[in-house]
Structure formats: C-alpha cells, structure tokens
Design a protein around this ligand. Structure first.
Ligand SMILES: Cc1cc2nc3c(=O)[nH]c(=O)nc-3n(C[C@H](O)[C@H](O)[C@H](O)COP(=O)(O)OP(=O)(O)OC[C@H]3O[C@@H](n4cnc5c(N)ncnc54)[C@H](O)[C@@H]3O)c2cc1C
Length: 366
C-alpha cells in the first residue's frame, strides 16, 4: 500500500517518488494529465547551475539565498544520480560560459524516472498529497493575463491552492514568470525552436512604434519577455536589420529564427509596411529591415509555496505545515528577480523533499 502520495508526474514529482522508493517507501504518483513528464518532457533538457553562489544570487537577487545554496551544492551529485537511473545524457556542456550542467534527452529522462518511480497513475488529479509537485500555475497565469502558454497545459495552480488551504505562506516573486517571446501560438513540439531569442539584436517597439524597453536585455531575455507581457495584448514588434540577421544566437542565426517564425505562420514583414514610422536607431543601419510580431509566453511561474531547505511547506509564522512538502515550480522564491534552471531546482528539491518526507512520515508512523 502507498505510504507517500506525490502530486504531479513531472520533473520534481517523479524525482521525489524515485528517491522515496530508493529509501524504502512505497510512493504513489498521481498525475492529472494524460502523460507523464509535465513541462520537463517539452523542455530543452539542460539541467544547469551557476558557477558560484555569488553569481546565482547576483542573477536572482530576490531569491532565497539558502534555497539557492541548496540547489547549487546539491546539483552535481543529483545529476550523477539521474544518470545512474539510466537517464541519457546528450551533452556535458551548456554552451554558456556562466553555467555548468548536462543536457538530457527528455523522453529518455522521463522514461527512466517513471521506471524508478514505478507507481504512476495518469488522469488522476490528486485530492490529498504529501509532496506537491504540480508545476506551479503557468496555465492560470497565462489565461488570466491573456498571454500565450509555453508549458504543459495542466499546471493550473492546484498544488498552490491546496497548500494555501492547509495554511501555507507564499514565497516572493508571485507576479514574475520565466518565459520566451513566440511568433504566436505554436504546437508543443515547437516551443523551443520557435522562441524568438534575439531581442538584444532588435529594436523592440510597441504598437505605436515606441521603444518600450530601456537598455539591453539580460542574457536570458526574461526581463524583455516580462516587459512584453505588460504591453497591450502582451505583444511587441522586433525590428532587425541585415547585420542583425547574420548574428548567431542560441538556436541558430537570427535569420533562421525569423524564417522559423514565418514558417510557423507568424507575422514577418518589411519594416516599411508597419502602420507607424520606425524610429531611427543605431541597431537599424543596414537594409533589409524586417519586423517580426512577437507575443509573450509563460513557461513557468517563479513564486509559489514558501518552503525551507528540507522542502517542508511553511506557514506565515515560519513553522512547517505538518506532513506537507513541495518541490519544482510549486516551491517558489528560488529565482525571484531573475532566471535559473527550473529543472535543476526540481531535481534537487524533489530529492530533498522525498528524503525529509520519508524520515518524518516514517517517524510519525513509528
Ligand atoms: C519549452 C521548454 C523548455 C524548457 N527548457 C528548460 C531547460 O533547458 N532547462 C531548465 O532547467 N528548464 C527548462 N524548462 C523548464 C522546466 O521544464 C521546468 O522548470 C520543470 O519541468 C519544472 O518541474 P516541475 O516538476 O515543477 O513541473 P513539471 O515538470 O511541469 O511537472 C508538473 C506535473 O504536475 C502535473 N499536475 C498539474 N496539476 C496536477 C494535479 N492537480 N494533480 C496531479 N498532477 C498535476 C502536470 O500535468 C505535470 O505533469 C523548459 C520548459 C519548457 C516548457
């Protein structure tokens, strides 16, 4: 009989169940969707960390320092553990000098974790759970703010609502999200390739032709995406010139990404045909000038339930809500003010939450 109920069969939930089973428990994973893997399955599969705690905290200044330390210190051992379960590694570099980590094949990763978790029931939303791992509230946030969703469609905030009903506190960062600008609504399989990740090379304009983003976007461009989300309709224009089109960015050249947008039915047009005059700008020096319509899309929420370094869900007075743990995007406040690896946080907190839950619930039963 199951002695530990885990809500959600994405990264954090499957990791928690696999770890709990290793520790001798009999976890049951309840999954609302019709498949396991959550957003992990749709992701690029890079599980990474900053090189130092100082750099992590500098990039996410509003995040909880102790949780950041936990993720940073725990990641390398957790990555070895994932590999020991049979999760296939595609790359051992992130391609970003600021970070280290590994890239997993997300299908193989999901399969390995499901095997290790063993008892995973699909189409069964949880009613009561010990470990909350429902992936935050990206779907609800996108719906409420009229933004696109770039994540699994089931993460609607169910874990958060359950935690709050049990007396939990909220973390920082409740109004922030990590996301990308997309050329429009695209199929799940296009979430990575369709991302228009070249805002640094573009003049970014609102619907009146006014630049609305001061300075250069941050390397992850999540600040630019959040600024786009605040525009009417959560939309903007990226205007690029001939020189920008040749620039190489994360997923190809800018020209390839613009062509990807066009192929997916996005709006790409000569800048001269926009309904406003494009302001002169040093970024627009060499013709042709192309305008690409982009819309902000939510990948995951940053705020969630407040947890401690054991994955225990906390009350406003700082005391644990007895017998309740959270991991992944349900556990908030790690990346506030910036951006980090959601997969890394889900992996480390998922393991820790399982370890704490098995120890504490075992004691309670003894
Ligand atoms: C396109 C894309 C690319 C990404 N690339 C990266 C990357 O390269 N590196 C990185 O670190 N992060 C990346 N991410 C983010 C990463 O996928 C998430 O941070 C991570 O999956 C969060 O883990 P989680 O367990 O909290 O949520 P998920 O993995 O989404 O799992 C949550 C699960 O809970 C289920 N659920 C929801 N409600 C209920 C309920 N009521 N009852 C039961 N189950 C429920 C959901 O269906 C889902 O299966 C990417 C995401 C996307 C979408």
């Amino acid at each position: 009989m199951a002695d530990l109920v885990v809500a959600g069969a994405g990264m954090a939930g499957l990791v928690a169940a696999a770890r709990a089973r290793e520790l001798g428990a009999e976890p049951l994973v309840l999954e609302k969707g019709d498949r396991a893997g959550g957003s992990m399955l749709l992701s690029s599969g890079f599980v990474w960390r900053h090189r130092s705690l100082g750099e992590f905290h500098e990039d996410c200044p509003g995040g909880d320092l102790e949780l950041q330390r936990l993720v940073l210190d725990g990641l390398d051992e957790a990555l070895d553990w994932l590999e020991s379960l049979g999760a296939p590694v595609l790359e051992r570099e992130t391609g970003n000098p600021r970070t280290v980590g590994r890239r997993f094949d997300t299908r193989g990763l999901t399969d390995a974790l499901v095997r290790a978790a063993a008892d995973v029931r699909l189409r069964e939303p949880f009613r009561d759970a010990h470990v909350l791992a429902t992936g935050g509230f990206a779907a609800r946030l996108a719906r409420e703010r009229g933004l696109l969703l770039r994540a699994n469609r089931w993460s609607d905030g169910d874990g958060l609502a359950y935690g709050l009903a049990r007396g939990a506190d909220l973390s920082s960062g409740m109004d922030e999200f990590y996301g990308r600008n997309l050329p429009g609504e695209v199929a799940e399989g296009e979430y990575v390739g369709a991302s228009q990740l070249y805002g640094a090379h573009a003049l970014v304009l609102d619907d009146e032709g006014r630049p609305f983003f001061e300075g250069e976007p941050w390397w992850s461009e999540t600040d630019l995406v959040q600024a786009t989300a605040r525009q009417p309709g959560g939309a903007a224009w990226y205007v690029v010139d001939g020189r920008a089109l040749r620039e190489r960015v994360r997923y190809g050249t800018v020209e390839e990404l613009v062509e990807r947008a066009r192929a997916l039915g996005g709006e790409v047009r000569p800048a001269e045909t926009l309904p406003f005059a494009v302001p002169e700008h040093p970024k627009l020096a060499e013709p042709p000038f192309l305008a690409v319509r982009v819309r902000a899309a939510v990948t995951h929420t940053i705020g969630g339930l407040r947890v401690d370094e054991g994955g225990r869900v906390l009350r406003p007075d700082g005391e644990p809500v007895g017998g309740l743990y959270a991991a992944g995007a349900d556990a908030g406040g790690i990346f506030t003010g910036g951006y980090g690896s959601g997969l890394a946080a889900a992996l480390v907190l998922g393991r820790v939450a399982a370890e704490t839950a098995v120890a504490e619930l075992g004691d309670a039963h003894a």
